[in-house]
Design a protein around this ligand. Structure first.
Ligand code: ADP
Ligand code: MG
Length: 442
């Protein structure tokens, strides 16, 4: 079963991800519809759980010929073949069954105020969230958190939710914009709009993550507008997060955008170096990973703009050290994290990107650069443009020149399309990752 499951996973993730995260684990046993997966340490399990929990469940379930399956992670010591003292470390991740839409995900218990490191860039947002968590509906309504990728929006929203759940009986809904959108779509399809409305209007606190994805979704915006009004008038707390400021979301109706500004807008800025160091210290301590001072310095000066990456590098280092049984050193950090930090931007040529994309989609270079607009060409072309923007320092007009002299607005449009689509399209996301990996390796 495990071999088959691995095979399944291999087909779904880039090779590098597979090698790093799936070769070190094994299936310990299956018991009461739960697959127990052996992992080298808690950290590793945690990471797998958040990023690939559903995929693992799906893979094992598929290998067994279907059925619902949960996964659980157990830490094995030394010999991967025979787990010693299996220790249940994580909650089960339910296999997401694609057929039925899920209603709002659970709050993530790991994201609390307690383990949120406060620093210059997030002090204000943190204080605002605390105030809302203490007095939902009374402090600021709505609370609108905005900030770039990986700066803690989701963490803070969950922290509010966890706090409120712990101290009150309020009914809380935390969901992503994508989930809300899916609910609206399903309600339309099954003619259940009234149910949806009723459900949301009985909630005491509504938290929607990544509200920027409402852009262009008129029907969902309409529905959200009514839900917002109903809750707001009833003095129920609303918390929203977005990667941009309300004014910078032109594809969201004005009446909604203006409502986003009714309460308090709090921004998250990238962490300064002290905060980055504090985060590294805290996380390594929490996870029992020993980081020497020079490695802390190295990481905090190379990973500047994104806390998720900072955390990811720590996870990788911890996993590597525990797999190889070595202590973490600066040398090791540099080797293990090479691809995360290297100045890969400069070495990639746009031609390499175009070639990789042509090979992947079986199109000719001349077609890729042409103006033909058949769907089989537009898709790879947009992907190639997007990757040129991601992997090189080229400007939009420069990229345009490499695609047979296209206007820079065409490139901007392509980049936006792909960036937006990959958020909800898992397959696309994986294609992009594996292309990137190929290109960077070549
Ligand atoms: P966003 O939703 O803004 O993209 P996340 O909330 O997912 O970002 O944060 C990315 C990762 O960084 C999460 O694992 C989160 O726990 C961690 N993180 C972000 N900010 C902090 C912080 N101030 N202290 C501790 N961890 C943080
Ligand atoms: Mg988020």
């Amino acid at each position: 079963v495990w071999q088959e499951a691995l095979h399944y996973i291999q087909g779904k993730v880039p090779k590098q991800v597979y090698d790093t995260w799936f070769t070190p684990v094994h299936l310990d046993r299956i018991e009461n519809s739960t697959a127990h997966i052996g992992v080298p340490n808690k950290f590793f399990g945690d990471w797998l759980h958040t990023h690939y929990g559903p995929l693992l469940a799906e893979a094992v379930a598929t290998a067994r010929g279907g059925g619902d399956l949960a996964v659980n992670f157990v830490v094995f010591q030394k010999s991967p073949a025979r787990p010693v003292e299996p220790q249940a470390v994580l909650n089960a991740a339910k296999a997401a069954s694609p057929a039925k839409p899920r209603r709002g995900i659970q709050l993530n218990p790991k994201y609390t105020f307690k383990n949120f490191v406060v620093g210059a860039g997030n002090q204000f947002a943190h204080a605002a969230c605390m105030a809302v968590a203490e007095q939902p509906g009374k402090a600021y309504n709505p609370l609108f958190i905005y900030g770039g990728v990986g700066l803690g929006k989701t963490h803070l929203l969950n922290a509010i939710g966890n706090h409120v759940a712990e101290h009150t009986d309020l009914r809380i809904a935390y969901l992503t914009t994508e989930q809300f959108t899916n609910e609206v779509i399903n309600s339309i399809r099954y003619d259940k709009m009234m149910d949806l409305r009723k459900r949301y209007r009985h909630i005491d606190m509504l938290m929607i993550d990544d509200i920027q994805f409402l852009a262009g979704k008129e029907r969902t915006q309409e529905e959200f507008f009514h839900t917002f009004n109903a809750l707001y008038e009833a003095h129920k707390q609303i918390v929203l997060s977005s990667d941009r400021f309300p004014k910078d979301m032109p594809d969201i109706e004005e009446r909604l955008r203006s409502r986003f500004e009714w309460g308090l807008i709090a921004d998250l800025q990238p962490p300064d170096v002290e905060t980055r160091i504090a985060i590294l210290r805290k996380k390594s301590e929490d996870e029992g990973v020993t980081l020497p001072e020079d490695v802390i310095q190295f990481l905090s000066t190379t990973m500047k703009s994104n806390i998720r990456e900072l955390e990811g590098s720590l996870v990788r280092l911890g996993a590597y050290a525990s797999l190889t049984g070595q202590v973490i050193t600066l040398e090791m950090a540099k080797t293990v994290l090479r691809d995360l930090i290297g100045d890969k931007k400069k070495v990639v040529a746009m031609e390499d990107i175009q070639e990789a994309v042509c090979a992947q989609f079986h199109v000719k270079m001349t077609e890729l650069k042409s103006r033909r607009r058949s769907k089989t060409l537009v898709h790879p072309r947009q992907i190639a443009m997007y990757l040129c923007r991601e992997l090189t320092d080229a400007s939009y007009p420069e990229i345009g020149r490499h695609f047979g002299g296209k206007d820079h607005t065409t490139i901007i449009h392509a980049c936006r399309q792909v960036a937006k689509a990959k958020e909800s399209d898992h397959a696309l996301h994986q294609t992009l990752e594996s292309l990137k990996e190929q290109i960077l390796r070549s």
